[in-house]
Ligand binder design. Sequence first.
Ligand code: UDX
Ligand code: UDX
Ligand code: ADP
Length: 480
Amino acid sequence: MKIACIGAGYVGGPTMAMIAYKCPDIEVVVLDIAQARIDQWNSDKLPIYEPGLDEIVFEARGRNLFFSIDVEKHVGEADIIFISVNTPTKVRGVGAGAAADLTYWESAARTIAKACTSSKIIVEKSTVPVKTAEAVEKVLARNCVDKSIRFDILSNPEFLAEGTAIDDLKKPDRVLIGGRETESGLKAVATLKAVYERWVPSERVITANLWSAELSKLTANAFLAQRISSINAISALCEATGANVKQVSYAIGTDSRIGPKFLNASVGFGGSCFQKDILNLVYICESVGLKEVADYWRSVVTINDYQKDRFVNRMLEAMFNTVSGKRCAIFGFAFKKDTGDTRETPAIDVCHKLMADKAKIACYDPQVTEDQMIRDLSLDPYMWDHPAGQVTPKMTMVKQQFTTCKTAYEAAAGAHCIAIMTEWDEFKTLDYQKLYDGMVKPAYIFDGRNIVDPVKLREIGFVVYGIGQPLDPFVTESAF
Ligand code: UDX
Ligand code: UDX
Ligand code: ADP
């Protein structure tokens, strides 16, 4: 059996590497239009940072795992073709800022139609709006010259989270496969199911109809994001009442109907999926006239934006309503720990707001490059998936207020405050006395991830703000 995957990104790369690793007799080829990305996959330094990924790729690569830009050849030879291309939010035209941009998808479908000389199973892997499978079927049916060729479309949404992708792929809570409930559709589902059952217990491989599978992915992400917005909304109330959101999270999480996971209050969720998928859901609801449902889900994004604003407002208030010319150390830029990914990271919004108030930012992140940060701070929202120009005037402007540092200590030296944006483990064990000694007084810590102990840091002398935690006596009366 041969498998091809169009799109060598965060989803396609690790997922295909795991299939190849677990099924040495299946040839897996990961394809991309970007030569540079394929070169990186074929090098010692893989294009994405993901714990455990290197071992798996290095073991399977060259054996039965290959990376190539020869899309047509390998698509033509494959029995199963995964589509794992990017589906960014549209930046212009109808549905801008909400609908998914399916340009890459359609282009992948057209490539398949052109390249195939035999029947194939096509698997949707990237998140797409419900009924995309139908559109792909139409493109394939009308573009394939040989009418005897059959395409069975399956939806097999990916539930892996960045930073834990390898564990999620090795031991998934479930694998979901949706297909048409016809004879050939069911056969295609069974073929893909058999691939996963090589390492996933069969009761964890769930099957559903095509539309249920597509909608389940959007719904899962919307629910997860909704939990974060719910606890973040409560964090604001905690600050106003003296409750501690950590205690509230723990107390409600012990109810087995609620469960303990995904209840960490934070500066806001980021990542390429949550906001995009919710906006997508909102757009679909509006398209079918479900205004109330659309409003309900949109509020999850509204609270997320509110939480980011609230965080910066706390910073400003505490620092006597001005950060003009003040050095602000930003600890972490990635949207979560154990990844170098910055898509939709709350750090972007926080830096933008501080820079608008003329702060000088000194940022340290163990995995994000300076180039990436400057690019992120210079681009318009949702532009991360779109090709960017080289050096723009905006980038030059950003560089006047934003520098990157090689360590957390370097970032904090001479700073008025530290703002923790990402929950990297190393931030938990820093020598905070040493950081304090090198800072301007009063020295502030604004913990956007609740990873430091406010009591201990106050003993050192820091003024500490933690999301949803009792406020610092230094500032409660005046600012907070
Ligand atoms: C609720 C809380 O569960 C309980 O912890 C608290 O102490 C009191 O309030 P109760 O109102 O007795 O308990 O019943 P519950 O089982 O929570 O159901 C509440 C309503 O939600 C019912 O009308 C029920 O039919 C409905 N429900 C529940 C659903 O519509 N769908 C569900 O999946 C679960
Ligand atoms: C998510 C889904 O978890 C995954 O199933 C789906 O396939 C892709 O989208 P990912 O975006 O990689 O994965 O990371 P996730 O761990 O879900 O975190 C998303 C954001 O929520 C991060 O910014 C994270 O810091 C934040 N978060 C998460 C919180 O603020 N609090 C929490 O309790 C959990
Ligand atoms: P995700 O997080 O969904 O995996 P990424 O942006 O990381 O998204 O990866 C998607 C990849 O798909 C990119 O590397 C992009 O170059 C590639 N791609 C997009 N369109 C096509 C296409 N028509 N053919 C081949 N590769 C494509």
